[in-house]
Design a protein around this ligand. Sequence first.
Ligand code: DX5
Ligand code: ZN
Length: 221
Amino acid sequence: MSSHIKLAPSVLSADFARLGEQVAEATSGGADYIHIDVMDGHFVPNITVGALVVAAVRSWTDLDLDVHLMIENPECYIPEFVSSGATLVTVHVEACPHIHRTIQSIKQLGARAGVAVNPATPLSSLEEIIRHVDLVLVMSVNPGLGGQVFIPETLDKVARLRSMLDERQPTAELEVDGGITLDNAAGVVRAGAGVLAIGNSLFKSQSGIIRTLQAFRETVS
Ligand code: DX5
Ligand code: ZN
């Protein structure tokens, strides 16, 4: 279908009692990134994990750790996430009044910097920052929970973002996060995604992590 599409297992749906083993399994199954969702109970209603868990995951894989911060005041915590092993740190444009400074600080710490947009946030909010980012993450569900249904309007948004990136920041990656399944993954890639965060349909699959990753690889290749 296109060049190498990156698969980013989202450990939100993993068995946290066996997190290390499941990360190792995803790594040997051909994952490209490990996606870690950090939620603070303020920016989103749910609370998940902090830098300690990022450090724990770091010890089970050499893959890039794609840390998705769904938190308020992310700038207070970014140094700790990077020193714990995050190699790609994504902040929400909705949570960052000084997004330019936040992106610069991620890069100064030696990580790659991403910006995320919620389903109802227009792409125009990225106008002034897009040239500075390494990745744009489009939420295809409202953030806060795994296992939600993909919002179909996302496809058009991804296509518009693809054109924006091609024109202004072609080296940046385009990640789509939320509700990705074996049935819709190819369409999301066709719309322009280069990275797919996959939670529920990977970790809860009856076929197991390795075979399901293989099936995702086939459907997007
Ligand atoms: C949702 C998170 C996602 C989530 C995706 O707020 O950002 O990364 O884990 O999980 P699924 O694939 O189950 O929608
Ligand atoms: Zn996420």
